[in-house]
Design a protein around this ligand. Structure first.
Ligand code: CU
Length: 489
């Protein structure tokens, strides 16, 4: 454990059960769009978070808790939210996966106003689309590991559909998150789990020769980030309440990877996962898989049939990360004993298994080609990332792509690096249409992992005008160039 951010003892833990708080305790904001109290209040402040007994970290949170409060909103029903920033630095609160306007979306690059230090902003919007979304900070952290998504600023959102609310008896939300970040040279993340595994020779040659040239000049590998503690719902494995189940129950898990930088996996010995939605959007038909993989900001909703009584660890496939906390105990009623982990048979994560084998019914009006490149350690020891040769910078935020409203675009993403990039498009969803050479349709997402030296196509309709941010969701990558803006009116 690192010294600076750690407090001893459990007494300082602030535990907030709800997220509503009286309006009167804060000054009125002149820009408030609605009179009266807000539906929800979110307060950004530095607070202690107890990850395990006697393991308390100080980090920035929403309402003094991690994850931030689960917001259950209703599709299309206008909601007002007061956001207080009680920290010393400007903040942005991003409504990930929702079709909101640029004034609310929570990205300075799109023009959303910052939440000033010790200031307040009231926002209002109509939630949508339905399903599992989330909110998180959207500021540049750079070399500051207390800022951005390295902090505890993330919380789940569930948007109830207009029709058919509450189809399941029991829902469990699981937010995966690491704490105590530290810089390292080179990472140990599993990069060999995607299927199809086909790489593109041209991209591989390009990436490898660039890396070779950098190392030949004596450059070290660019910085990566590792973590001291790993949690599900803010508690290290064995420290939180177990998931208590009964034999025969069908439990709907809503899993959110709120990591700043890491790809996560999840398995439960003796059980399988029937995936029904990805990034909150129903897939064409349920598909049963032995385990889950999620890039940063990805969500999976899956039903687990509790048909294997015992005390189990629902945990990450990485032994090291699971042993440092990335897991939660699943406890069947009437069973006792030590939680058991059994490593599942190796499996690959194939997005196309969740979709239709045929391509999309509608052809795009235009194909936008993008090549992602890495300049090893080129930005003061950090890897610098470029899209079509341009590294995004706060000084030059010109839109890279001009679109036309109402047109359908295909993004052909070509990854000339060996890293996996969880690519995110703001304020829109996209449909996966080709994954590493495999045609597909019907899987609607807002983040997708682009595999090392692979190509992936996604289609989207330009139907939410204004500046739209496109970026890799890996905080180190987005902070060092891996962003671009679309614009249309
Ligand atoms: Cu990336």
């Amino acid at each position: 454990m690192r010294g600076a951010g750690v407090l001893a003892g459990g007494a300082l833990l602030t535990h907030t059960s709800g997220c509503k708080r009286p309006e009167a305790s804060h000054p009125k904001d002149s820009a408030a769009q609605d009179a009266g109290p807000a539906d929800y209040t979110l307060t950004i402040a530095v607070t202690p978070v107890e990850l395990a007994p006697n393991r308390i970290v100080s980090t920035t949170t929403y309402n003094g808790q991690f994850p931030g409060p689960l917001l259950r909103l209703q599709e299309g029903k206008r909601v007002t939210i007061d956001v207080y920033n009680e920290t010393d630095r400007p903040e942005q609160l991003h409504w990930h996966g929702q079709f909101v306007s640029t004034s609310v979306d929570g990205a300075a690059e799109e023009g959303t106003p910052f939440l000033p230090p010790h200031g307040k902003r009231r926002i209002a919007f109509e939630p949508g689309p339905s399903g599992l979304r989330f909110y998180h900070t959207h500021v540049r952290a750079g070399a500051d590991l207390s800022a951005g998504q390295y902090s505890g600023l993330a919380g789940p959102v569930y948007i109830e559909p207009k029709q058919n609310p509450g189809r399941y008896d029991r829902e469990i939300f699981l937010t995966l998150k690491e704490f105590e970040p530290a810089f390292s040279r080179g990472g140990d993340m599993d990069m060999d789990f995607l299927s199809p595994a086909a790489t593109v020779k041209e991209l591989k040659d390009r990436g490898e020769s660039s890396m070779k040239a950098s190392l030949a000049k004596g450059a070290p590998h660019g910085f990566e980030v590792g973590y001291g503690s790993f949690t599900i719902n803010g508690r290290m494995l064995g420290s939180g309440e177990p998931v208590r189940v009964k034999e025969g129950e069908r439990v709907l898990l809503h899993v959110l990877n709120a990591s700043a930088t890491e790809i996560r996996s999840l398995a439960l010995p003796g059980h399988s996962f029937t995936v029904i939605a990805m990034d909150g959007n129903p897939i064409p038909k349920p598909v049963t898989v032995p385990g889950l993989w999620l890039g940063t900001a990805e969500r999976v909703s899956a039903i687990v049939e509790m048909n294997h009584p015992g005390i189990w660890i629902l945990g990450d496939l990485s032994n090291d990360d699971r042993q440092h906390g990335m897991g939660i105990v699943v406890e069947y009623a009437g069973r006792t004993g030590k939680p058991l982990w059994i490593t599942p048979k190796p499996f690959r994560w194939d997005y196309t298994q969740f979709g239709n084998a045929a391509g999309p019914a509608i052809a795009p009006d235009q194909v936008i080609e993008m090549v992602f490149t890495k300049d090893n350690a080129a930005a003061a020891g950090f890897n610098r990332w470029s899209i079509n040769g341009v590294a995004f910078s706060e000084d030059a935020m010109h839109p890279m792509f001009r679109l036309q409203r109402g047109k359908r675009y295909r993004l052909r993403m070509r990854n000339a690096s060996d890293d996996i990039h969880p690519i995110h498009l703001h304020r829109h969803s996209f449909e996966l249409t080709r994954v590493a050479g495999q045609t597909t349709s019907g899987v609607i997402k807002d983040v997708v992992m682009a595999g090392g030296y692979q190509e992936i196509d996604v289609d989207f309709l330009a139907d939410n005008p204004g500046l739209t941010l496109f970026h890799c969701h890996q905080q180190l990558h987005m902070d060092f160039g891996f962003m671009a803006l679309f614009e249309y009116v």
